[in-house]
Design a protein around this ligand. Structure first.
Ligand code: GRF
Length: 202
C-alpha cells in the first residue's frame, strides 16, 4: 500500500517505518515536512525517498497551507497518511478530505494528556503509568478513535528525557504493527468515535 509520511522533527518513528516497510507491505511514496530543518528529511533522503518541505511562513492561513499539502498528497495517489511527529494541527478541511486514511501516534495514554509536553505533564501529575497511543485522526485534536496503546512504568528517578526514551522505544515497535493492520485492510474508521479491527469495534 502506498503511503505518505508527515514529519516535523527527528523522525525516529519514520526511520523504523522505513526499515520495516517491506515486511509491513508499505511503499513510502514521499515524506513531507513543515520544518525545513527536520532531521527526518535526512533520514528519508538516505533511503532515497522523495521529500517535500512546505514552509508555513509562505502561506497566509492554515487553510492555504493545508490546500498546498493536499495538492502534493493527491498527486501521490496514496491510500494512507502516516503522521510521525507532525507538529501542526490539521484543518477540518484536510481531515475530512482524508477521512479514515490518517493515522497518528501520540506519546501518552489518551485521553490523558492530549497536546504537547506529555512526558513532563505525566511526571508532574505523579502518574505511575504512562505510554503511547495510536489513533485515527479526526477533527478533534488527539481525540480520534483509539486503535492501540502500550504503557510504561514511571519510576521515581524518571526525568522527561528518560521517560520519553522509554516511550519512544515502545512507539518504534507498535507503529509498524498498527500500520501493517492498516495495509492488510483490517482497520476501518466508521465515524468520528468508532474504529474497527477485523470488523469488530475497538
Ligand atoms: C513521538 O513521541 C511521537 O509520538 C510524537 O512526536 C514524537 C516524534 O518523534 N507525535 P520522532 O520524530 O519520530 O523521533
Amino acid at each position: 500500500m502506498k503511503a505518505v509520511i508527515l514529519i516535523s522533527g527527528n523522525g525516529s518513528n519514520l526511520q523504523t517505518i522505513i526499515e520495516n516497510a517491506d515486511r509491513i507491505d508499505l511503499q513510502i511514496s514521499c515524506v513531507i515536512s513543515n520544518n525545513k530543518n527536520a532531521f527526518g528529511l535526512k533520514r528519508a533522503k538516505s533511503s532515497k525517498i522523495q521529500t517535500y518541505i512546505i514552509e508555513p511562513e509562505l502561506f497566509n492561513s492554515k487553510e492555504a497551507f493545508d490546500k498546498e499539502l493536499i495538492s502534493i498528497i493527491d498527486r501521490q495517489e496514496v491510500e494512507l497518511l502516516i503522521l510521525a511527529g507532525y507538529m501542526r494541527i490539521l484543518t477540518p478541511l484536510f481531515v475530512s478530505h482524508y477521512f479514515g486514511k490518517i493515522l497518528n501516534i501520540h506519546p501518552s495514554l489518551l485521553p490523558k494528556f492530549p497536546g504537547l509536553n506529555t512526558h513532563q505533564r505525566a511526571i508532574d501529575a505523579s502518574e505511575k503509568v504512562h505510554g503511547v497511543s495510536i489513533h485515527f485522526v479526526t477533527k478533534e485534536l488527539d481525540g480520534g478513535p483509539l486503535i492501540y496503546q502500550d504503557s510504561v512504568i514511571i519510576d521515581n528517578s524518571d526525568t522527561e528525557k528518560t521517560l520519553s526514551m522509554k516511550v519512544l522505544k515502545k512507539e518504534h515497535v507498535i507503529y509498524s504493527k498498527v500500520i501493517h493492520w492498516y495495509t492488510q485492510r483490517r482497520l476501518n474508521l466508521i465515524d468520528d468515535k468508532t474504529a474497527t479491527l477485523d470488523g469488530k469495534i475497538i
